[in-house]
Design a protein around this ligand. Structure first.
Ligand code: SF4
Length: 76
């Protein structure tokens, strides 16, 4: 019971996911289309625009990571 309460508190705080983009990114833009709240196109490659992924965007950020054609999105 204590464990599930802790888990719920972490979810409510909403900062349990971090993402970063490696320089193998090919700037295809897919992650920006999938989750524009977290990813944005930079000058050369995509970039992450939040320090911590808000809970409501975690699914989309995870999906973007899985769909990245070169696996350049690292979920931490
Ligand atoms: S999906 Fe991957 S390769 Fe495409 S822009 Fe995003 S990080 Fe770069």
């Amino acid at each position: 019971m204590g464990g599930s309460r802790l888990w719920r508190n972490r979810l409510q705080r909403g900062f349990i996911m971090k993402v970063r983009i490696e320089d193998t990114c090919t700037a295809c833009g897919l992650c920006v289309d999938t989750c524009p709240e977290v990813f944005e196109m930079g000058d050369d490659i995509a970039q992450v625009i939040v320090d911590l992924v808000p809970a409501e965007h975690e699914d989309a950020a995870q999906q973007a990571a899985e769909e990245c054609p070169v696996e350049a999105i690292i979920v931490e």
